[in-house]
Design a protein around this ligand. Structure first.
Ligand SMILES: NC(=O)c1ccc[n+]([C@@H]2O[C@H](COP(=O)([O-])OP(=O)(O)OC[C@H]3O[C@@H](n4cnc5c(N)ncnc54)[C@H](O)[C@@H]3O)[C@@H](O)[C@H]2O)c1
Length: 381
């Protein structure tokens, strides 16, 4: 096999982007599309001169594809993935891999049993700045981590929320900023700073007419006694993104396009113990981290996924690691609704019970104005 033949399932805003960009990946070929909206499926099939389907199973059974990209609303990711794995097909899931940890568990078990490749579309992992940050952490240059911080203040308009019946509803989406916009950063936060063991969170709806949260904040506790705090919203402009990982020997700050490393050569404990002058502060070397070129594109993830299938090369974002963001998301929502700290891994039954209750109270949208448009942030690059 020289090229992986892809079926894209769900060809709305994101899925149509995957179809449009696939020609940039030499190792990939778009072979079929599927969308439950017949007009959308037909238009995508005609545009790319490939067969179109309205049922995911029909595409999976067609024999036309080796792999699928699932770009439907999140609730469908695990079920479609499991059907694909059953048929021996490789799966690239859009983020988040699932709405609940229990559904993610089933997806991971199916991936493992199939032996097929499984990836998640966390394209920010391929960004030069992220790769540089990860290298610093892997080299142990921060020492023991004792504090982490994530701030993601983004903006979404009411028109965005009104553009799809599923968006920002418990029944259609299963959450708000946490399940839709924040996963990219929650993934990086966990990937760089590690997973906490306990989370205490608050979610609220501050600005939009939606039934789910547009703001979330949480404090985190880690097994080694470190702590962290995070904030995510779709209520801010201009967009603001900040990741900070503090260790005994260094502090890493990722902000905008820059990565800064503040190195404390002897470590902060020794600096404190050894100082004899009352106001002596530790020596700090400010390192402007060199950022490798390229990355950050969805096609980088697709290319690495293909090369993983074809040549056994490592992926940027293996599907199994998609569970981390779902744990954080479920933990914050569960904590907010119970008013209690939540131990991680999240109690599967407790979260399923809460989600079922929230879905029961979910309402159909009154101001639906359907649009399927790829984020211009990506199309105007
Ligand atoms: N990685 C990224 O940067 C990124 C960006 C945007 C969206 N996404 C993800 O992509 C997914 C889709 O988001 P979107 O903004 O494209 O939504 P969208 O509403 O624009 O498109 C979803 C499409 O899926 C179709 N669909 C719904 N249920 C289906 C089913 N069971 N089978 C087949 N087709 C089905 C809909 O008709 C629609 O065309 C979400 O999970 C979202 O989180 C990822």
């Amino acid at each position: 096999m020289e090229q992986v033949r892809f079926g894209v399932i769900g060809v709305g805003g994101m899925g149509s982007g995957h179809c449009n960009w696939m020609h940039r990946v030499a190792e990939a070929r778009l072979a079929a599309v599927c969308d439950s909206a017949p007009g959308v499926a037909k238009a995508a099939g005609e545009k790319h001169s490939v067969p179109s389907f309205t049922q995911p199973e029909a595409l999976l059974d067609s024999g036309l594809v080796d792999a699928v990209i699932i770009a439907t609303p999140h609730y469908f990711h695990p079920t479609i993935a499991q059907e694909a794995f059953k048929r021996g097909l490789h799966v690239m899931s859009e983020k988040p891999i699932a709405v609940s940890v229990s559904a993610a568990d089933q997806m991971l078990a199916a991936a493992k049993a199939s032996g097929c490749a499984f990836g998640v579309m966390y394209q920010m992992r391929s960004l030069g700045k992220t790769r540089a940050a990860r290298k610093i952490i892997d080299e142990g240059r921060l020492g023991e981590i004792y504090r982490t911080q994530m701030i993601v203040g983004w903006f979404r308009s009411q028109a965005y929320y009104d553009s799809g019946g599923w968006r920002a509803t418990w029944d259609g989406e299963g959450g708000g900023v946490l399940i839709n916009q924040a996963p990219h950063f929650l993934d990086l936060y966990a990937w760089l700073g590690g997973m906490p063991t306990k989370i205490t969170g608050t979610t609220r709806t501050r600005m939009h007419e939606i039934e789910v949260e547009d703001e979330a904040f949480a404090t985190l506790e880690y097994a080694n006694g470190a702590h962290g705090y995070l904030y995510a919203s779709t209520t801010e402009a201009p967009s603001h993104e900040w990741l900070e990982i503090c260790g005994d020997r260094g502090k890493l700050v990722i902000h905008g396009t820059s990565v800064k490393l503040f190195e404390i050569p002897n470590g902060i404990r020794s600096a404190s113990a050894e100082a004899t002058e009352m106001w002596r502060a530790p020596d700090v070397n400010v390192v402007e981290v060199e950022i490798p070129e390229g990355g950050g594109d969805h096609t980088d993830i697709t290319r690495a996924f293909c090369r993983h299938i074809l040549h056994g090369e490592p992926q940027y974002s293996p599907g199994v690691e998609g569970l981390m963001a779902v744990e954080l998301i479920n933990g914050i929502i569960l904590s907010s609704h119970t008013g209690l700290p939540v131990n991680l891994p999240v109690d599967r039954v407790a979260y399923d019970t809460l989600l079922a209750e929230l879905r029961k109270g979910s309402q159909r949208k009154k101001n639906l104005r359907e649009q399927r448009v790829t984020d211009t942030h990506y199309t105007e690059k």
